[in-house]
Design a protein around this ligand. Structure first.
Ligand SMILES: O=C(O)CCC(=O)C(=O)O
Ligand SMILES: [Fe+2]
Length: 201
């Protein structure tokens, strides 16, 4: 089955060991990307979540928010998030992403990296409620950051620059074999927002 509706020259289809990635650099044009960046910075209910590690409270090195149409709570990294109702802008972005991939998403996790010292460390999106081989669509606004993938067995590494207005889709068995992260950077970088659209079963 072909999960992608159409291929065009802006698409980069990356076939890797045990998985597949589609990367579209200018999925949203500059003007629309600027608009969404500003709207999301302003309107999303951003929180810095805490995690309990061996009795110590750790603040996540980023802000996050969970929106969706399901009232099922979503548990990840030791915390549970209750979804907030979709906003018009989020539904608009979701519709455009869905026009590219044959999946209807029911939730989105938003992460906001305020500066180079914000990050997300190695993990796979392999929570039970995402199902066996989840399709995860990742939308990027704001500063360019490096998205790294690491094969769990071979330790092979892949790096992809995710820039303003880009869309990255992860699919196949990728989450079983690869971890990914956004490392911290010493470079001076502005704010970045990432949205990962998901299907919670
Ligand atoms: O910010 C990103 O590009 C990745 C976010 C991510 O991996 C996640 O939310 O699970
Ligand atoms: Fe992830």
């Amino acid at each position: 089955m072909d999960a992608f509706n159409s291929a065009n020259s802006h698409n980069e289809r990356i076939v890797i060991r045990n998985g597949e990635i589609l990367h579209i650099r200018n999925f949203f044009d500059k003007e629309l990307s600027d608009h969404y960046l500003n709207v999301l910075l302003e309107s999303i209910d951003w929180k810095q979540e805490k995690m309990n590690m061996y009795g110590k409270e750790l603040l996540f090195p980023r802000l996050s928010a969970w929106y969706g149409d399901s009232d099922k709570p979503y548990a990840f990294s030791g915390i549970t998030l209750q979804p907030i109702e979709w906003s018009t802008d989020l539904l608009e972005i979701k519709r455009q992403v869905e026009s590219k991939v044959n999946v209807t998403f029911n939730s989105v996790l938003l992460n906001r990296y305020r500066h180079g010292n914000d990050s997300i460390s190695w993990h796979s999106d392999s929570e039970k409620e995402l199902g066996k081989n989840p399709v995860i669509a990742s939308v990027n606004f704001g500063a360019t950051r490096i998205f790294q993938l690491r094969h769990i067995q071979t330790k092979e590494k892949i790096a992809i620059e995710l820039s303003h207005g880009s869309l990255l889709i992860m699919l196949g068995e990728l989450q079983h074999f690869w971890q990914h992260q956004i490392p911290k950077t010493k470079k001076v970088v502005g704010e970045r927002i990432n949205l990962t659209f998901r299907v919670i079963k």
